[in-house]
Write a protein that binds this ligand. Structure first.
Ligand SMILES: [Zn+2]
Length: 181
């Protein structure tokens, strides 16, 4: 849920959100510099997602069309992890500790709390696709579920740390991690 809330908040700060002020009036409230830097950082996402091929229909993801959603996924994931870490810090009253307490582990599962956090994110997009679903999504602003998950996670250094993904492995590529904020 934290990720979903974070995703939607991010939309207030993307190229669409930039066009509306706090009174919901159409007014671009970004400085020229903010817009320029945002667009530069956006390019990373566009290139990253353009590389994903959906083999079932032999089409690649359209990184340009899906950029706002992919950026919201990435930001929502980062910010919800940050919120979760703050929650744990307050809960265990150990302000300097980065270590999650054992009590946050799921009984019967051999996963750390942060591994479970990322697993929870991935499960949001667990779905059975038919070929018609892939074609329908070609015109959607959202990326196909599988690549929403892989794209957001492979751009997240905390995920790589949580799952011990070596640098250069598919889920922790050597290319710079895409991020806006
Ligand atoms: Zn969205």
């Amino acid at each position: 849920m934290g990720y979903i809330v974070g995703h939607e908040i991010n939309h207030g700060f993307d190229t669409m959100g930039a066009m509306f002020d706090s009174e919901k009036d159409i007014r671009n409230w970004w400085s020229n510099k903010s817009g320029k830097v945002y667009n530069e950082r956006t390019e990373c996402f566009v290139k990253h997602f353009n590389n994903y091929l959906i083999p079932e229909i032999n089409r690649t993801i359209n990184g340009e069309k899906n950029k706002d959603e992919n950026i919201a996924d990435s930001g929502g994931l980062r910010q919800s992890l940050s919120a979760y870490r703050n929650f744990i810090k307050n809960k265990i009253k150990m302000p300097k500790s980065e270590q999650m307490p054992k009590s946050e582990q799921m009984p019967g599962m051999d996963h750390s709390p942060e591994q479970l956090f990322f697993l929870g994110f991935a499960q949001v997009y667990c779905a059975a696709y038919k070929i018609t679903d892939y074609w329908r999504e070609v015109s959607d602003v959202h990326t196909t579920n599988k690549f929403r998950v892989i794209g957001a996670l492979s751009n997240n250094g905390d995920f790589a740390t949580a799952y011990n993904c070596p640098l250069g492995s598919p889920m922790n590529p050597k290319t710079e991690k895409c991020r806006i904020w």
